[in-house]
Ligand binder design. Structure first.
Ligand SMILES: [Zn+2]
Length: 327
């Protein structure tokens, strides 16, 4: 009986967490904000890149939805607890219900702490954003509050552990994660700010060295791979882009066949290259590179013409220059 009770309680607890998150997502979707999260490893792996809400009002609504959901659940469980007591259901029913009511209340309270990126921190940021009319300083202040709260948790954790309360380790862990997330959240804003409004065409490298599809593998190895020491070449003829040939593709073909095999023949078996259009913005390019785990994208215009190549380094350089200039 007690195993069944704890299994059901655990399931209800995780469902409560899920409900909290789903309420955030629901409001996000109502405002057509994609909820997909991408880990951005170029800045140390903790920053999660999602589209930021377009206005303080939307941010506020999105942020408050979660704690309200938890408060609502807490109320429901508390009501059920009172009801179960009234009908004398006994401890196996009332204890889990009181626990669920309490844990949801604690969840709401913890998330309402005004430190970014907790929900309360997002609410705080939305308010600052509304008054300052700028998301960047608003995020900075809210993130500092988040870091402050994180250090407080770590301190409380250490003090508990010193006193022999092993559970204090949890405070240290949560504090550590929160600190990372607070720093990452601010970096993300700096990054988006630096890249906003910048088109791929402005940062790409034009005049890419290309090869024609009629070359043999012997020719491409001797005249291109060995000579220019690039690992890949876009294949282009009469301004039309056909794909990318890499050293890896060539290696797949036995060496004795190289003089008779044309680039066009192996091109159809090689993987589809990652491309982007010159009119896309730089944030989009960076997100695509992170998602597809590549270091560069080929820039292809509407007429399927290769106009350039954009690399992660190009984007990072732009961010560096802009943040150094405080732009
Ligand atoms: Zn939340």
């Amino acid at each position: 009986m007690s195993i069944l009770v704890s299994v059901v309680t655990t399931l209800l607890f995780f469902s409560s967490l899920l409900f909290h998150e789903l309420c955030h997502s629901y409001i996000a979707r109502l405002n057509s904000i994609p909820i997909r999260k991408i880990t951005l490893f170029i800045f140390g792996g903790v920053a999660e890149m999602t589209k930021e809400p377009p206005t303080p009002a939307i941010e506020l609504k999105m942020a408050i939805a979660g704690p309200l959901a938890s408060l609502f659940l807490s109320g429901i469980f508390y009501g059920l607890f009172l009801l179960a007591g009234f009908f004398n259901f006994g401890l196996p029913v009332t204890v889990p219900l009181s626990y669920l009511a309490l844990i949801n209340l604690m969840l709401a309270i913890f998330n309402l702490v005004p430190g970014f990126p907790l929900d309360g921190g997002r609410i705080f940021r939305a308010i600052l954003w509304f008054f300052l009319k700028d998301i960047k300083p608003a995020t900075k202040i809210a993130s500092l509050a988040g870091q402050g709260f994180a250090y407080l948790l770590i301190l409380v954790g250490f003090l508990s552990v010193i006193q022999g309360i092993i559970g204090g380790i949890w405070f240290i862990l949560i504090g550590w994660f929160l600190n990372q997330a607070a720093q990452g959240g601010y970096r993300q804003i700096v990054l988006q700010k630096a890249l906003s409004g910048v088109r791929v065409s402005e940062i790409m490298t034009g005049n890419v060295l290309t090869v024609v599809p009629s070359l043999t593998l012997d020719e491409i190895v001797n005249d291109y791979f060995l000579k220019h020491r690039f690992g890949r070449f876009p294949v282009v003829e009469d301004d039309k882009f056909f794909g990318v040939i890499t050293i890896h593709d060539v290696k797949e073909i036995p060496r004795e066949k190289w003089p008779f095999t044309k680039v066009s023949e192996i091109l159809q078996f090689s993987k589809k290259p990652f491309t982007i259009s010159p009119g896309n913005d730089a944030v989009h390019a960076l997100m695509q590179m992170v998602k597809e785990e590549v270091g560069h994208l080929l820039v292809i215009d509407k007429k399927k013409k290769l106009v350039g190549i954009v690399t992660r380094t190009d984007i990072i350089r732009l961010i560096k220059v802009k943040t150094e200039l405080g732009m």
